[in-house]
Ligand binder design. Structure first.
Ligand code: NAI
Ligand code: MG
Length: 361
């Protein structure tokens, strides 16, 4: 069956980095991977062409695709746009909501070749390979009621509602346990069950799910301790599963352990395995159009796409090995440049990965 991939380059460095990931996908195609690439517009790119960040045509193409590869959206050009509904970021939120992409997978991997890029000591982080699984469609970000009010004495207040619903907890929990089975069989569930009722239910359900996975070890941690443990001894973790807000913060913290935002991919999946795959970083307007951005996060996102949505894990492994190979060769874009390494451009890095991919059959 032909795999339909929607490519949304977006804004800033988006077009440059997705072009390199497309080169790698083309190399997969040359070796028999059956795919069809469809290109579309989202974010500022779509606003310029159609006036809205998520044209109907793009959302329809997203529904029809088996997987979506996204660059990044946003930039100063569209920052002052009103109403807010018309900002570039709304394009991404619209796809997440439209496709019910509830599971956000953010690996934090420190390649041994880049151990010095981390702000933590090499012995604390070298070889780090953890996976943060963040619930993406519920929690305090979406709970109602929300808003502003004013007390009788004129004091203003703002409020939000943290609702965790049993079905949502169950499906994200299963995602985490299933992933752990393919890794080191450890899940750490992060919550604030000592204070929040929504967290108490979260913990109860996680314990319940664990009964179906006797081969996976479940532990619990409060969010404040987890934030601390993540910088104290990050290698104690395998899979971390947590809600939308705690996951937002923890995944950014974890990404910085590796010291190189240009290396980190992400996936957002729904119940049918369809997903959107994108680098963890943004559109980097400060370096756009200069052919210096690091394309590896996007190339590794394409690898995650092959593994999680397109059932081609062996191609995913091979792309990841190719990335390791170019790092071994000492090739570095500016953001990960080290003494004695060879500095390459965005497109040279993409070409080198394709070359290594072809060689590493
Ligand atoms: P950013 O991630 O775009 O950039 C932060 C810093 O990292 C910049 O100095 C940038 O040059 C550098 N950087 C990022 N990716 C890089 C790469 N691949 N290679 C080398 N260096 C890289 O975050 P920032 O500056 O906060 O946001 C810029 C724009 O991106 C904003 O409009 C923001 O809203 C948007 N954004 C979009 C996201 C998305 O599309 N998912 C996520 C985060 C931000
Ligand atoms: Mg964030």
């Amino acid at each position: 069956m032909t795999n339909r991939i929607l490519v949304l380059p977006g804004d800033g460095i988006g077009p440059e980095i997705t072009a390199e990931a497309v080169k790698v996908l083309d190399a997969c195609y040359e070796e028999g991977f059956d795919m069809e690439l469809v290109f579309g517009k989202v974010g500022g790119d779509a606003i310029d062409a159609t006036g809205v960040p998520l044209p109907d045509e793009t959302l329809k193409a997203a529904h029809d695709a088996d997987a979506i590869l996204l660059g990044a959206v946003g930039g100063p050009k569209w920052e002052a746009l009103e109403p807010r509904e018309h900002r570039p970021e709304k394009g991404l939120l619209g796809i997440r909501k439209g496709l019910e992409l509830y599971a956000n997978l953010r690996p934090a991997i420190l390649y041994p070749q880049l151990a010095e890029a981390s702000t933590l000591r090499p012995e604390v982080v070298s070889g780090l390979d953890i996976m943060i699984v963040r619930e993406l469609t519920g929690d305090i970000y979406f709970g109602e009621p929300r808003g502003f009010g004013e007390k009788e004495d004129g004091t203003r207040y703002g409020y939000n509602t943290y609702i965790s619903d049993e079905k949502e907890i169950r499906r994200i929990g299963r995602t985490a346990f299933d992933l752990a089975r393919k890794r080191n069989r450890k899940v750490c569930s992060v919550d604030k069950a000592n204070v929040l009722e929504a967290s108490m239910l979260w913990r109860e359900i996680m314990n319940d799910i664990a009964k179906d996975y006797p081969d996976v070890e479940l532990s619990h941690m409060y969010i404040d301790n987890a934030s601390m443990q993540l910088v104290r001894a990050p290698k104690q973790f395998d899979v971390i599963v947590t809600g939308n807000m705690f996951g937002d913060i923890l995944s950014d913290e974890a990404s910085m352990l590796t010291g190189s935002i240009g290396m980190l991919p992400s996936a957002s999946l729904n119940a049918s395995g369809q997903g959107m795959f994108e680098p963890s970083h943004g559109s980097a307007p400060d370096i756009a159009g200069q052919n210096i951005a690091n394309p590896l996060a996007t190339i590794l996102s394409a690898a995650m796409m092959l593994r999680y949505s397109l059932e081609a894990p062996e191609l995913a492994d091979r792309i990841e090995r190719a990335v390791g190979d170019v790092l071994d060769q000492g090739l570095r874009t500016a953001d990960i440049m080290q003494e004695g390494a060879r500095r390459v451009t965005t497109s040279e890095m993409g070409d080198a990965v394709v070359e290594a991919f072809k060689r590493l059959k």
